[in-house]
Design a protein around this ligand. Structure first.
Ligand SMILES: Cc1cc2nc3c(=O)[nH]c(=O)nc-3n(C[C@H](O)[C@H](O)[C@H](O)COP(=O)(O)OP(=O)(O)OC[C@H]3O[C@@H](n4cnc5c(N)ncnc54)[C@H](O)[C@@H]3O)c2cc1C
Length: 451
């Protein structure tokens, strides 16, 4: 008995689920992805200068090439195929659709030009087709990044990259050009709480010391020894991690501002209260926070930073899908540890929210595979031929995994060293490569083809 399982989405959570299901030897898996490219945020989120992190895709490729797995790229749930249709075709359906929307700041002026959520800005510099035409205002001398997690650090680093660092990344040409011309001299990373509460990975913080042209600065007044900030560590390991970060922050606090041409400045204990400006942003107003009796309170004192580019990196939400239970407070698909109901499951960021690293999605896959194998005891649905028939009837050009490899090879072969690849950034370009009409070396500045 071979069960037919559809996994919607082709990010890490999808591949970990496929891995766990394949181990049973009892499933055929179709991975249905809205883009022609697999790997979700590994391609479109992980920073363009973190190519070693992206290598995990090689492991997922081996899975995608397994006989029991088929990739249907360029097929979107909700646009090309309805959930009810997938459920009628497959014995089980797994939603691995991520958490693609930015959380809102909820302050006046948030919608002014020059203010972008990190999902848009990161998608833009990573060549995601949805954001290729974002055309953001990226203008110095000062830009602000709001948030104290690793995504904020990625964005800040990209904003201060040197020519050489940009050239070694896979940021598309339009992004390199915009960043080169930005005139950014200082990026301010703003956090509501202090350095001991920030959620930066130590390795990402340490990397800031190696930037070609940028020195990292912290105001000594924000260090725990100079504030009443408590250090809330769950256990010894967490306390050690916090101490390792604090060692780096102390090092940053001793740096000289003119050591390098650009500056990345952490401003802790500041909460954004308004984006200033008219149609476009011209500044950010922040309220100073302070610890009183173990509680963080607003002081009623305000500071302003003049800036035209503001990126928020304060978390992500999933979109509600019609007819599916949704947890609006947490912005994720509601489930019982991933089981929405027998035959329908959710994994990854759509299940847990935007937390953890790539491998944090592996346990979801294992739990989900066990739930499917317990719930679905008989193969009763047509599976792959059913989907192929439906797509053919609708004239939808699905992209196979071999098609993706053609796109991949074209991108890699078009790269100008030391860049690892030259990304296609529109669906039109990708599909044209498959129709042998375009070589990535000839990507026009502005693609006029169908998207
Ligand atoms: C900016 C950023 C940087 C990061 N950097 C790192 C890092 O350096 N190291 C690390 O370990 N982790 C990093 N992470 C975390 C890591 O990327 C996530 O843990 C992981 O990608 C979540 O996996 P997922 O499969 O749940 O979601 P995603 O990776 O978002 O995959 C979801 C997939 O579903 C597809 N999809 C969505 N809707 C539909 C639909 N309706 N129909 C069909 N397909 C659909 C999407 O196109 C996407 O391919 C980063 C995250 C972000 C946001």
């Amino acid at each position: 008995m071979t069960l037919s399982v559809a996994i919607v989405g082709a990010g890490p959570a999808a591949f970990y689920t496929a891995e766990a299901l394949l181990a049973s030897g009892r499933v055929k898996i179709d991975v249905i992805e809205r883009l022609p490219t697999p790997y979700g945020l590994i391609r479109a989120g992980v920073a363009p200068d973190h190519q070693s992190t992206k290598k995990v895709a090689q492991k997922f490729e081996r899975m995608a090439l397994a006989n029991a797995v088929h990739f249907f790229g360029n097929v979107q749930l909700g646009r090309d195929v309805a959930l009810a249709e997938l459920r009628a075709i497959y014995d089980a359906v797994v939603l691995a659709i991520g958490s693609p929307r930015d959380c809102a700041l909820g302050i006046p002026g948030e919608h002014r030009r020059g203010v972008y959520g990190s999902s848009l800005f990161v998608g833009w510099y990573n060549g995601h087709p949805d954001f290729r035409d974002l055309d953001p205002i990226v203008r110095g001398p000062t830009a602000v990044v709001i948030g104290n997690g690793n995504v904020a650090l990625d964005v800040a680093r990209v904003l201060v990259m040197s020519e050489a660092e940009l050239a070694a990344s896979d940021i598309p040409d339009y992004g390199v050009e915009t960043l080169r011309r930005s005139g950014i001299e200082e990026v301010v990373v703003v956090g509501r709480r202090g350095p001991a509460q920030a959620r930066f990975a130590n390795v990402e913080l340490r990397e800031l010391l190696e930037l070609d042209e940028c020195v990292t600065l912290v105001d000594p007044a924000d260090l725990p020894e100079n504030t009443a900030a408590p250090i809330h560590a769950g256990d010894d390991r967490e306390r050690r991690l916090i101490e390792r970060n604090l060692t780096l922050f102390r090092q940053f606090s001793r740096a000289r501002r003119d050591e390098k041409r650009k500056r990345l400045r952490f401003r802790f204990f500041r909460t954004p209260v308004a984006i200033l400006g008219d149609e476009a942003a011209s500044g950010l107003r922040l309220e100073t926070m302070a610890w009183r009796d173990g509680t963080l309170v607003a002081t009623g004192r305000f500071v302003e930073i003049a800036c035209q580019t503001i990126i928020t990196a304060i978390g992500y939400r999933c979109e509600a899908i019609p007819d599916l239970p949704f947890d609006p407070a947490r912005g994720l698909i509601a489930s019982d540890d991933g089981r929405i109901e027998p035959g329908l499951y959710v994994v990854g960021w759509a299940k847990r929210g935007p937390t953890g690293v790539i491998s944090s999605n592996r346990p979801d896959g294992e739990v989900c595979a066990a739930q499917i194998l317990a719930d679905v005891t008989a193969a009763a649905r047509p599976g792959r031929p059913g989907l192929e028939r439906l797509l053919a009837e609708r004239g939808i050009r699905a992209v196979s995994f071999n098609d993706w490899r053609t796109i991949d090879e074209a991108e890699v072969s078009a790269a100008r060293a030391p860049a690892p690849r030259r990304k296609f950034t529109t669906l039109g370009e990708m599909l044209a490569v498959l129709n042998r009409r375009l070589d990535a070396r000839d990507i026009p500045d502005k693609w006029e083809g169908t998207a």
